[in-house]
Design a protein around this ligand. Sequence first.
Ligand code: IDP
Ligand code: MG
Length: 138
Amino acid sequence: MKERSFIMVKPDGMQKRIVGEIISRFEQRGFLLVGARLLRISPELARQHYAEHVDKVFYPSLEQFITGGSVLAMVWEGEGIVAIARAMMGPTDAAQAPSGTIRGDFASSKSFNIIHGSDSPASAEREIALFFKSAELL
Ligand code: IDP
Ligand code: MG
């Protein structure tokens, strides 16, 4: 099976009405959308998704942010998708993100950076399983 990544438009990205723009960028880069779901993340799911961050000082505000509105959870497929998606997104701190990256074009903050993308193929597998049943994916 080809490589897959878990990509999510966060509540601030939904509010900015840039879902179409984000989907277009991945399509234009040649990747295939194999799953999508609109949902409101529960505190329990937030703790699972951000398991590596639950003990950090910023976690309470991160949970409040990520559960504060709807998100678009997606699975994208293609060769090298995990690393390429991270490059397309730009760095976590959108203030440092170059123009031309998704964060660099639509955000300017470290906390509110409009998009999530898996940081490794192993993370992708774990995150995809949190949000999707295998029957929901192409
Ligand atoms: P990533 O989203 O680029 O993988 P991570 O370090 O995994 O970045 O952090 C997950 C999310 O937590 C970030 O996208 C951001 O929304 C939030 N976050 C990370 N570091 C901070 C911080 O220092 N202050 C506030 N929020 C943060
Ligand atoms: Mg991360």
